[in-house]
Write a protein that binds this ligand. Structure first.
Ligand code: PLP
Length: 416
């Protein structure tokens, strides 16, 4: 039963988990679930990964917090690991990024990058008499719920009732280079884009398009910013999506999978950009806290030592093909979109009905956690550790439920 003591700002499923192991979660009634949502792309190592448990325990037994008034060795180590990971891909070295600012969430990382580019533009152009502070963002994009991040998220359903939002954001359609070019003016200082629009329904940015965005940024002296809060930290089969796309962003934002479930966000930026946040310009009490950085360091180290990028590609291909053949067999899946372990299946009816059906316990099969990211679209974001066998198990459950739900029964759910 919902708590009378909590705000009612979430639509929660009536399930209470007691514990998890790997890709599986267990509830109070003893039901078992395959977690193909990973706490919204966050539990990157699954549940109760022994190395993450040990790292958190070890740090907690020393000290949890000291503040950024002091040097924090774990923060330095995590920053070094992130920078080094940004410069190395499965195909060889790339330019990557130089410096890290730690915070606590995706919205906060985007707030920080917005302040960073405004300060860059201010320092660079204040003498020109023409302020350049506008950031171009994209329709259907999502950058978080704080006021700045919300201003960069031009979806009326998210923004309604929260005016006035900070000014200085111009929205254009995604995957449309001409529209972006037309929106660039002498007030523009940056472009902020998700390589794959996750909350928007896993809408993949065309590779040529994203390279075109980067080219336009170069031509117009704009900063090229990637929101990798959902695509980063292994999710697409490279450590960061920009690496697989051959891009060279000026800054990226991260959160979600970075801490494996411990709240941590980050901005990674080139040296000449990072230097604009001088002491006193930005900060956070908790950001880069030793506990969060121990978790981030462990996640990065486990991705490497357990060969998880390879696993993401292998299990991801299995999930993609499985969803596609489910579509061919049932005729109920109209489109499959995604990359790595970030997939959406567009249905001929209500995604919420399928998600709810998959949760229910059935004899001989485990529950399956996924989410309805749009009224007709189910999203799958399993932990990076998911095996091909677990993908097959999830696909079998999906097939079972798709065959139970008659096409006519699927009434569209209201948009979020
Ligand atoms: N950016 C992207 C691409 C996201 O997907 C999200 C969350 O879904 C955010 C930012 C906001 O992150 P958080 O919820 O940690 O503030």
């Amino acid at each position: 039963m919902a708590s009378p003591y909590l705000f009612e700002n979430y639509r929660r499923m009536p399930i209470r988990f007691t514990h998890g192991r790997g890709v599986r979660l267990y509830d109070e009634e003893g039901h078992e679930y395959l977690d193909f949502l990973a706490g919204l792309a966050t539990s990157s190592l699954g549940h109760a990964h022994p190395r993450l448990v040990e790292a958190i325990h070890e740090q907690a037994s020393r000290y949890l917090h000291v503040s950024n008034l002091y040097e924090i060795p774990k923060q330095e180590e995590a920053a070094e690991a992130l920078v080094k990971a940004s410069r190395r891909t499965t195909k060889g070295p790339v330019r990557g990024l130089d410096r890290v600012f730690f915070c606590n969430s995706g919205a906060e990382a985007n707030e920080a990058v917005i302040k960073l580019v405004r300060r860059w533009a201010f320092d660079r152009h204040q003498g020109d008499g023409a302020p350049r502070h506008e950031i171009v963002v994209f329709e259907n994009g999502f950058h978080g719920r704080t006021l700045g991040a919300l201003a960069a998220t031009p979806t009326p359903a998210y923004q309604r009732g929260f005016a006035p939002l900070p000014a200085g954001f111009v929205a254009v359609p995604f995957n449309d280079l001409a529209a972006l070019e037309a929106a660039i003016s002498d007030r523009t200082c940056a472009v902020l884009v998700e390589p794959i629009q996750g909350e928007g329904g896993v809408v993949v940015g065309d590779e040529d398009y994203l390279r075109g965005v980067q080219r336009l940024c170069g031509e117009h002296d704009l900063l090229f910013l990637l929101d990798e809060v959902q695509t980063g930290v292994g999710r697409t089969g490279e450590m960061f999506a920009f690496q697989g796309l051959g891009l060279e962003p000026d800054a990226i934002t991260l959160a979600k999978g970075l801490g494996g479930g411990v709240p941590v966000g980050a901005v990674l930026a080139q040296n000449d950009l990072a230097q604009h946040l001088v002491p006193g310009t930005h900060g956070t009490t908790f950001g880069g806290n030793p506990l969060a950085c121990s978790a981030a360091l462990t996640v990065l180290s486990v991705i490497e030592s357990e060969g998880l990028l390879e696993r993401v590609r292998e299990s991801g291909t299995r999930l993609q093909r499985g969803l596609q053949s489910l579509g061919e067999m049932s005729g109920r899946v109209l489109e499959v979109r995604g990359r790595g372990l970030m997939w959406a299946a567009c249905l001929d009816g209500s995604a919420a009905n399928l998600v709810t059906a998959c949760l229910e316990s059935r004899t001989g099969s485990v529950g399956l956690l996924a989410n309805a990211v749009r009224p007709d679209t189910v999203r799958f974001l399993p932990p990076l550790i998911v095996s091909v066998a677990e993908v097959d198990e999830a696909l079998a459950r999906l097939e079972q439920e798709l065959s139970r739900l008659a096409p006519g029964e699927a009434t569209p759910v209201a948009a979020r």
